[in-house]
Design a binder for this molecule. Structure first.
Ligand code: DX5
Ligand code: ZN
Length: 227
């Protein structure tokens, strides 16, 4: 049973970085709910993207929506402080990038932010076992992190169901987010498996009409859940 309204989270990794403020404003005006912010360090993943200064720049530009910072970095710890200061709303990180998962999750909440753990396609969910009560979000990767525009890995679907069961059994208010290869033609089955927060990068930013694409994503979720 999902506890939260469904959210569309465009990944600005696929936006035009030369016009990032405008792109972020436009995607929110087009119906996006939160902004997914991919941080890559050329170490944990083989790509290098954006950091706290860019998050701060979006806030300075007037972006009020939640910013969902997905850390694909190692180590995680010191960036938590920097992103909290830069106006992040959620901070999620990969357990493989952090030696002290419990402490990092606590720190995120102590700073007044929402916390989350991210699972690569091959990372087992047992990392959840002792920290479920410290989480506001579970993020399941449906591609191997590092790049936008990859294909959805189908074995994520049973994993979404497993994570949904764990959340429901706990009765804790935890969002279940899916990231990678989410498109209009597969978002329905992702929703049906139990996700409530949907990252979409190329599906939205490669389209000509952000509002039409976001409406189609939302309609596909509603359709799949009505069946
Ligand atoms: C991948 C990132 C994703 C990516 C998704 O490492 O975490 O957020 O931007 O992009 P698409 O939707 O194009 O797969
Ligand atoms: Zn991401």
């Amino acid at each position: 049973m999902k506890q939260f309204p469904d959210l569309i989270a465009p990944s600005i990794l696929a936006a035009d970085f030369a016009r990032l403020g405008e792109e972020t404003t436009n995607v929110l005006a087009a119906g996006a709910d939160i902004i997914h912010f991919d941080v890559m360090d050329n170490h944990f993943v083989p790509n290098l993207t954006i950091g706290p200064m860019v998050c701060q720049a979006l806030r300075n530009h007037g972006i009020k929506a939640d910013i969902d910072v997905h850390l694909m970095v190692r180590p995680v710890e010191r960036l938590i402080e920097d992103f909290a200061e830069a106006g992040a709303s959620y901070i999620t990180f990969h357990p493989e990038g952090c030696d002290h998962i419990d402490r990092a999750l606590q720190r995120i909440r102590d700073l007044g932010l929402k916390s989350g753990l991210v699972f690569n396609p091959a990372t087992p969910l047992h990392y959840l076992d002792h920290v479920l009560d410290r989480l506001d979000m579970i993020l399941l990767m449906s591609v191997n992190p590092g790049f936008g525009g990859q294909s959805f890995i189908e074995s994520t679907l049973p994993k979404i169901e497993m994570a949904r069961e764990k959340i429901d059994a706990s009765s804790l208010p935890i969002r279940l987010e899916v990231d990678g290869g989410v498109k209009i033609d597969n978002i329905g089955k992702i929703a049906k498996a139990g996700a409530d927060t949907f990252v979409a990068g190329s599906a939205i930013f490669s389209s000509d009409d952000y509002a039409a694409t976001i409406s189609a994503l939302k309609a596909a979720i509603v359709r799949a859940q009505a069946i």
